[in-house]
Write a protein that binds this ligand. Structure first.
Ligand SMILES: Cc1cc2nc3c(=O)[nH]c(=O)nc-3n(C[C@H](O)[C@H](O)[C@H](O)COP(=O)(O)O)c2cc1C
Ligand code: SF4
Ligand code: SF4
Length: 300
């Protein structure tokens, strides 16, 4: 048996989740390919060559990033092939459940059948910076939960997210984000006093949207997905991300923080939703441990 997960990940959160799935799949004898979705989507692997197919992405404005829709459009038709969806987002609110609707609609018309969808809360890469202790809690929860849910995928279990009233209409409205981000991406700027000309941003952009001329001058094309990989990973925080600059976050989280709880000025933000997410996750992890004694090391 073999599997493929088509993954788009701006700053690594979604890819980390996919790696947990890959490890669990392979521990169960399923050879797994993580295919990084990027650029012009050329030479895509054919889902017909795989027994299990997954799609993974970070939620952007209650939707999948535009490239996931392009991917769904470019994949070949299949005959009743079941697939699963993995997604990560910074907040656990129910509105995020609508994010796959458009992509699922495109895939359905091509013969794909949605089997399951799983959502993991991971630290924000835009809007505000979670504290490292919160980021660590999110990651440890995902590490304990993902193997359990990966086994559900292998077992063919159906797991669909709760519907949201007027979900299609709300998702459609928020998809203004797609053209808006392409326009916004053209207006990025780099602070010449901070830039050390390492070229990292140009190398890592999944769309090849950043050009640095021989004179060191930056120019930005019209293909930006607002994944924040460039600005998040810049070693000197030299980026200005135009209209969204007030929400810019720079630098990796320490997701192995072991110190005392940290002061958190966003502690009240969506507090009930975060509590519910962690309680539900802990319950599922505890139940799985009772049944088969797994993941003892990862319990949060
Ligand atoms: C442009 C943009 C829009 C986002 N919109 C949402 C959102 O609607 N809801 C949410 O919970 N998180 C949102 N986020 C946060 C990301 O979904 C979250 O940090 C995710 O884990 C990033 O995954 P990645 O590292 O794989 O890109 C957004 C992030 C970006 C960059
Ligand atoms: S990653 Fe930052 S420091 Fe490096 S070239 Fe890009 S803007 Fe300059
Ligand atoms: S320019 Fe930056 S935010 Fe836009 S796609 Fe490239 S890496 Fe992502």
């Amino acid at each position: 048996m073999n599997a493929i997960i088509y993954v788009f990940s701006g700053t690594g959160n979604t890819r980390r989740i996919c790696s947990l799935y890959k490890d669990e799949f392979e521990a169960n004898g399923v050879a797994t390919t993580l295919y990084d979705v990027r650029g012009a989507l050329e030479d895509l692997p054919d889902p017909n060559d795989f027994d299990l197919v997954g799609f993974a992405y970070p939620i952007h404005g209650f939707n999948a990033p535009h490239i996931m829709l392009d991917l769904a459009k470019m994949l070949p038709c299949v005959e009743k092939k079941r697939y699963f969806v993995l997604k990560s987002s910074g907040e656990p609110i129910k509105l995020n459940n609508i994010s796959s609707l458009k992509m699922n609609g495109i895939l359905k018309r091509k013969g794909y059948e949605l089997q399951s969808e799983y959502h993991y809360v991971m630290p924000y890469n835009m809007i505000f910076r979670h504290t490292d202790d919160v980021a660590t809690h999110m990651w440890r929860t995902a590490k304990a939960l993902a193997p359990i849910e990966a086994r559900e995928v292998l077992a063919g279990k159906s797991h669909l997210l709760e519907r949201v009233a007027f979900g299609h209409a709300i998702a459609w409205l928020f998809r203004i984000e797609h053209p808006a981000m392409r326009v916004n991406g053209r207006m990025f700027r780099v602070d010449a006093d901070k830039c050390i000309h390492c070229g990292k941003c140009q190398r890592v952009c999944p769309m090849g949207n950043i050009h640095i001329g021989e004179d060191g001058k930056f120019s930005f094309g019209g293909k930006c997905l607002m994944c924040t990989r460039c600005s998040f990973g810049c070693p000197t925080d030299a980026f200005n991300i135009a209209m969204l600059n007030g929400w810019r976050i720079n630098g990796n989280y320490n997701m192995d923080y072991d110190g005392a709880p940290q002061p958190n000025k966003h502690a009240k933000y969506c507090k009930k939703a975060y509590i519910r997410y962690f309680e539900n996750a802990d319950k599922k992890i505890a139940e799985a441990q009772k049944i088969c004694g797994v993941n003892q090391d990862n319990v949060v």
